[in-house]
Design a protein around this ligand. Sequence first.
Ligand code: ARG
Length: 569
Amino acid sequence: MVGENLEIADKFAADVAAAADLPDAEIRDMIETPPDPQMGDLALPCFKLAKTMRRSPRDIAAGLAEKIGTPDYADRVAVEGGYLNIYVRPEAYVETVLLPAAEAGTEWGKSDEGQGRTVVIDYSSINIAKPFHIGHLSSTAIGSALYKIYGYLGYNVVGVNHLGDWGTQFGKMIAAYKHWGSDEEIEKGGVDALMQLYVRFHTEAEADDSLNEEGRMWFRRIEEGDEEAVRIFGWFKDLTLREAAGVYEKLDVKFDSYAGESFYESMLPAVIAELREKNLLEESEGAEIVRLDEYDLSPMIVLKSDGATLYATRDLAAAEYRKRTYDFDRNLYVVAYQQNLHFRQLFAALEKMGYEWARDCEHVAFGMVSLEDQTLSTRHGNVVLLKDVLNRAVEKTIEIIDQKNPGLENKEEIAAQIGIGAVLYSALSQSRIKDITFNWDRVLNFDGETGPYVQYAHTRCVSVLGRAGEIGAEPDFRVLDNPQAVAVMKLIGQFPEAVKLAAERNEPFYVTRSITELAQAFNRYYYDHKIITPDDPAATAARLVLTRVVRDVLRRGLALLGIRAPEKM
Ligand code: ARG
């Protein structure tokens, strides 16, 4: 089940399993966390057991309660309807969660469960000579978070930026450059300048069709590997990647490979031949298609009637290449929901080709991102550039710091960490398939469920620990025997599970939620309890252990999401 404390749940499951004479794992799967701690810390619903045991769930729960008695980790065991509930002793949380977490420090939840297994993640995957716009935010943020999360769990991870760098438009762009381009302006203007050339090409081509012929000619020259064409195209690519590098750096995003669509071009004849050999190609109106009727999908076109290949053909080659090169256990595509059909066709075609590993491919889809604030969308029609969003977030953060904490040292740097963190957090703040509408006040609200809120809780821990200094006394953990501290410890105990689940379901949001709840619980604890009580060093020492663990878990959780954790803000 989702999110219960692992070790205590394991023990509880083992005790119940022994009492019921059933396998541990079967019981373990049934254990839940009651929504309200008033109903206990862990619960075993006995409804499923009722079938095989032929008794009422209530009777079963009562029978089990009698058999297990009060185990050493529990204060009390209770039967409630068809549930067997246990109330865990606060000391048990100290033993099974707090102390191990304190020992692990910022490595709490780290594991090697993925050892020997490889995950390929295709994310961000921007297009050459096109703006890096807000639509790429989710792919970049989710993909990069998954990259970090899988790595933390010991997987071998390969991050791929599958560049959109193939297509007739690049021939047109070269033609436009040849007519109207200046090296200097393009160097200076970058993608912006290239876009302008492209727009001009289309306007002029309406009056003069020979331009289109020129564009086709230049694309043919790229295909044939003509020196000049390849050089100019390479330069456009360079410019685009140089601009993107700035955004990646800000977002703490890295890739192991930039093999884009053009990289696979030379492998396409072999892919087509393979499809033909396997009898999967069919001619339809001059085009070559793969029928996918048995999947209830429209056919996948792999060769157009003019002999041109497609995005889909290149993705077939890319999937084969990734399997061959990385021998992946999982092959993920973090791409917008709109490409749902494309990926279903891709995976179905791979399956028809006889590849068992088609099952290991997954489309990690996400919803749309839009901005309530329209002021950023003027430069490129309706397109909002990601770098503009990040810059605006930082500017706004500076305004907030100027109000709240004008004397802050390193203001600019911290504002960047907060502003960019806020944008990343909001991209990872709900289940990925939901659409996101960006609202600055909400994203930057220090009191809401936001990046700054979690960062602030982290700085609070840092500041308490700094104020306390070294305490020599042996901690007396009995002071953590209160509902607020227990709530904090429970959430610390759930963090490793959240990280695992995030990988299992390719949903970084589990991590976001886990650290947000931890930050909230710690703040509640902080308001209700003084942490530093000089007349009681042993109690202080125990509270500081709690504070340090919270600091480390928040820092780690933020890092897994690509968000920096400033020490002050
Ligand atoms: N460049 C594409 C786009 O911007 C995304 C590519 C995703 N990856 C892939 N292997 N198809 O829509």
